[in-house]
Ligand binder design. Structure first.
Ligand code: PMV
Length: 327
C-alpha cells in the first residue's frame, strides 16, 4: 500500500549583520566564526515535502520547473541527513518556490534549506526542538540555521554539530529595522557561497577577519539590543567590507561587486552623513542591502531608485522565522 506523508513550510531569507564566511569543517558546515542576522519578512521559500514509499528516487521541482541535477543532488544529500535522523527510508517529492530572485545576494539557500528541514521533519510526523532543527538546516547551508528562529538571530560557533546552533536574540518587533534592497543584478551568481567558503583560507586576510569576529559580534549584538543605530551602522559596514576584502584576495579572487554596487555604497555613506539612519551590507552578490531605521526607509528607497543601474528596490522588515503551513 502506498502511504503519503506531506507537510509544507515557509522560511524567510535572512540578512547577516556579522557575516559567516569560511568553515572549520565543510561537511558539517561548522563555521570559523559566529554570525548574527535578521529574518526578512515577506521574502521566503515555501516548500512541500512528501515522503512517498513507492518512489524510487528523490524529485525536486523548483519554481515550477524540474530542477537541475546539481540542485537535486544537493537537496538529496540533505534528505539523506533527514532520513538518517528521522529513521525513515522513503524517497521524497520536494516542491519549492521562492518569491525573490535566486542566487543574487538574497540568501535563497538559507530560506530553502530552512523550509526543507522544517517541512521534511513535520512530514515524517516527528517533532524536534527548534535548536536541533537549526543544526540540521545548518548542514544544508550554514546560514539556513539562522532562518528558523524568529526575528534577530545569532548562530553560535559551537565546538561540534550539536552546539553549533542558532537562537533568537530579539523578536522582530524589538527594533523596526528595514532592509531596503537595491537589486542591480538578477543574474545567478557565478561562484556560490559553497565554493567561497572553501576558498576563504586562501586569503591572507581571512585569519585577521576571523580573529576580530567575536568582538564585532558582541558590539553588534549590544547595538541591536540597545537599538543604537550609529554603533550598528559602523560595525555592520566594517564587517561586510572585511568579508569582501577576503573574497577579493582569495584564490581564485571573487569580485561580486558591479559598478552600481560601488555607487550605492558611496551614496549610503553620504546619506548617513546627511542624517539618514542607513548603512549597507552585501552578501555573495552584487545587490546592496541598505539597512535603515523605519523613519529613513522611504527616503532611502526613493533615492536608490534614482541611481543608474538599480533595476528594482525591495523592502523587507524584520520577520518571523520558519513556520509550518500545513502537515
Ligand atoms: O549559508 P551559505 O553557505 O549560503 O553562506 C552565506 C554566506 C553569506 O551570505 C555571504 C554571509 C552570511 O552570513 O549570510
Amino acid at each position: 500500500m502506498t502511504s503519503l506523508r506531506r507537510a509544507t513550510a515557509q522560511a524567510p531569507a535572512n540578512i547577516a549583520f556579522i557575516k559567516y564566511w569560511g568553515n572549520r569543517d565543510h561537511r558539517w558546515n561548522l563555521p570559523q566564526n559566529a554570525s548574527l542576522s535578521m529574518n526578512l519578512d515577506g521574502l521566503y521559500a515555501e516548500t512541500t515535502v512528501t515522503w512517498a514509499d513507492d518512489q524510487p528516487s528523490d524529485t525536486l521541482v523548483l519554481n515550477g520547473e524540474s530542477a537541475s541535477q546539481e540542485a537535486l543532488a544537493r537537496v538529496s544529500t540533505h534528505l539523506d541527513i533527514l532520513r538518517s535522523r528521522l529513521n525513515i527510508r522513503s524517497r521524497a517529492e520536494v516542491i519549492s518556490k521562492n518569491n525573490f530572485p535566486m542566487g543574487a545576494g538574497i540568501a535563497s539557500s538559507a530560506a530553502a534549506f530552512a523550509a526543507l528541514t522544517v517541512a521534511g521533519t513535520a512530514a515524517a510526523g516527528v517533532e524536534l526542538s527548534e535548536r536541533e532543527l537549526t543544526t540540521i538546516a545548518r548542514i544544508g547551508s550554514g546560514s539556513a540555521s539562522r532562518s528558523i528562529p524568529t526575528g534577530y538571530v545569532e548562530w553560535h560557533l559551537g565546538e561540534a554539530h550539536e552546539n553549533s546552533f542558532a537562537e533568537s536574540i530579539a523578536p522582530p518587533e524589538h527594533w523596526a529595522l528595514i532592509d531596503v534592497i537595491a537589486v542591480v543584478s538578477q543574474a545567478h551568481k557565478r561562484v556560490g557561497s559553497k565554493a567561497g567558503h572553501r576558498s576563504a583560507d586562501t586569503s591572507d586576510l581571512q585569519a585577521a577577519r576571523v580573529a576580530g569576529a567575536a568582538s564585532r559580534l558582541a558590539v553588534c549584538r549590544r547595538a541591536v539590543l540597545e537599538r543604537d543605530f550609529a554603533t550598528f551602522a559602523k560595525v555592520v559596514e566594517h564587517d561586510s567590507n572585511l568579508m569582501h576584502a577576503v573574497m577579493m584576495t582569495s584564490d581564485p579572487p571573487l569580485f561580486y561587486w558591479l559598478p552600481p554596487t560601488l555607487a550605492i555604497m558611496e551614496s549610503v555613506r553620504n546619506w548617513r552623513e546627511d542624517g539618514l539612519h542607513v548603512c549597507y551590507t552585501l552578501d555573495a552578490g552584487a545587490n546592496v542591502h541598505c539597512l535603515c531605521e523605519q523613519s529613513s526607509a522611504d527616503a532611502v528607497r526613493s533615492a536608490l531608485q534614482t541611481i543608474d543601474g538599480v533595476v528594482d528596490v525591495r523592502m523587507a522588515s524584520a520577520g518571523q522565522g520558519a513556520r509550518l503551513i500545513s502537515g
